[in-house]
Design a protein around this ligand. Structure first.
Ligand code: C5P
Length: 291
């Protein structure tokens, strides 16, 4: 058994997000394109003396069993290595409560990390199954890259890797509860649904203009009604030269896709005068050998 392991845990954005209906289990049936970006939490897992301990540089996340990373450690250790203990350090860089799957990606990294650290030898399929039990986005975070996700978000189809070079991400000063946004969703109020067939054709063709042009998220209906500022950020991103702008997940983070680095840098400067969490990102390309 190794003594410790360090993993990168990338954020995700939803380039489209469609809700097909409400399910009998209370969740919503989704069809969403998820894409990892190079905004990374860093997770260090060390052999502990017993139990699970979580520490973080951020005071915004819980360090007890409310943390998805704790739940992930408890699940995998409980099922496969109940005598082991772990210490988990979360270097939090991904904004919290932002629609970027920050908690889910930490949990996915913990599942992968403990599998390696404790030499459990579990196959990807078993890891994905555990991930899906932790939360709807965790399986995607474990699989990584770009995926079309269905079901609760855990049924994943591979998409070809495409590099979006300039993404400006703005996180407003408030947080949104995913459960609350879904609860308030009324599909009869949605004006524009994504056309995932058109989006995927543009993705296949690596046609950035139509990739951006087909970005839609039905959850904006709820989040923008609560916080019109989200719509104002979208409009401003487009005014500063973005091909298009969209809220990620249940929000409130907003991303703008840019063709030119210079425009993206200018937009970043402009937003930084008013927002603390503004990032110039690109697609995350996994370098597993580094992990
Ligand atoms: O699965 P997870 O715990 O991340 O989801 C958070 C909340 O978001 C759920 O409790 C549920 O209210 C809502 N949700 C949903 N349909 C989905 C995913 C999440 O209604 N497909």
């Amino acid at each position: 058994m190794r003594k410790n392991i360090i993993l990168k845990a990338p954020a995700k954005v939803n380039l489209t997000l469609d809700v097909k209906g409400k399910r009998s289990d209370g969740y919503h049936e989704l069809e969403t394109v998820m894409h990892q970006v190079n905004l990374l939490d860093i997770i260090r897992i060390s052999q502990g003396t017993g139990g699970i301990q979580i520490k973080s540089n951020s005071s915004l996340i819980p360090t007890n069993e409310e943390n998805l990373a704790y739940q992930a450690a408890e699940m995998i250790l409980g099922e496969y290595a109940h005598k082991e203990g772990v210490e988990i350090y979360i270097e939090k860089n991904i904004p919290v409560g932002a629609g970027l799957a920050g908690g889910s990606t930490d949990a996915a990294a913990v599942i992968q990390g403990i599998n390696q650290l404790c030499d459990l030898g579990l196959e990807e399929e078993e890891l994905l199954e555990m991930a899906a039990r932790i939360g709807s986005d965790v399986a995607f975070c474990l699989a990584g890259g770009s995926k079309l996700a269905r079901g609760r978000g855990e049924i994943l189809s591979n998409l070809p890797q495409r590099m979006i070079p300039y993404i400006i991400l703005v996180k407003p000063h408030f947080q949104l509860s995913t459960a609350e946004v879904y609860r308030e969703l009324d599909l009869t109020q949605v004006e524009e649904f994504p056309d995932n067939v058109a989006f995927l054709a543009a993705w296949e063709a690596y046609d950035i203009i139509n990739i951006a042009g087909n970005m839609r998220n039905v959850l904006e209906t709820v989040s923008i009604r609560k916080y019109p500022e989200i719509a104002a950020i979208k409009a401003e991103l487009i005014r500063t030269g973005a091909l298009n702008a969209l809220m990620s997940g249940s929000g409130p983070s907003v991303m703008g896709i840019f063709m030119e680095e210079e425009q993206a840098l200018k937009a970043r400067e402009q937003f930084r005068t008013r927002y603390q969490e503004v990032f110039l990102l690109s697609s995350y390309v996994s370098t597993k050998s580094e992990e």
